[in-house]
Design a protein around this ligand. Sequence first.
Ligand SMILES: [Zn+2]
Ligand SMILES: [Zn+2]
Length: 315
Amino acid sequence: MDLSLFFAGTAGSVPTARRGLPALLIRRGGDRLLFDCGEGTQRQLVRTVGLPEIDAVFLTHFHLDHWLGLPGMLKSFELRDREKPLTLFGPRGTTELLATMRRVLGRLRYPFAIHELDAGDAVEFDGYEVAAFNVRHRGSAFGYALVEDARPGRFDAELATALGVPFGPDFGRLQRGETVNGVSPEQVIGPDRPGRKIVVSGDTAPCEMVRVAAHEADVLVHEATFLHEDLARAQETGHSTARQAAELAADAQVRLLALTHLSTRYAARDIREEARAVFARTEVPRDFDTVEVPLPEKGEPELIRFDPEGAEAAR
Ligand SMILES: [Zn+2]
Ligand SMILES: [Zn+2]
């Protein structure tokens, strides 16, 4: 099952020529989940991977840079006669936020639902869930953890045969938990293997909840709004420095740290270098880069730079 992150917008607060406002598209199999939807998100998608029939949007918090792209995108879905249902998830207040935009949106003709979450709530999808947790920002704000269901342990076919279970339907019976010819499933099937985990911090100061949620995550997408020389400013505004994000990633033993929510005041290179000095497996994606997340036994999560010509050709 393919699992990847597409960085549709990697700036914080103010867009630049190269970086749009926060939006992260997570693709798993045929599912498309969007985390935040900054101003301009639909165009960021249209000019690269195309605007997909997103299944759900998750808002981290209500600062303008994280949701202003939503009304336009919701309307575009209507104009192209979308029929598929769309659910918007967010902290308490999401319904009210959308109500204030009713005059702009009018009525949407496709099924559109708003579902407010409390910290600790998890939304179930086919084969995984997305759980909300509190982070430390100004006002209430969420991070999200996408966690796949555990996978069954590895079946040792050679051992099963050696123990006297013939190849064929009996293998299936063992895998369904039956004892066959005196051989129990535990003898030939390893322990459950954890699914993959992606954690998105949203805007936050360094936060224990993120560290706990991100424990051994495959990918942690963490904000790095400041360099550590501006720590005081980060503390005032409820944001993190690149070094703090890297320290947290190291503590949480994640497989890959992707830094985002970049400020216009720094070069991405400086953000990356500061973080890598603490945690080597750090990337600072540009807009439209992808991180592919293979199953652990198949390799490490990897940043793939955006190829404009490839995107054009794929059209
Ligand atoms: Zn922000
Ligand atoms: Zn914010």
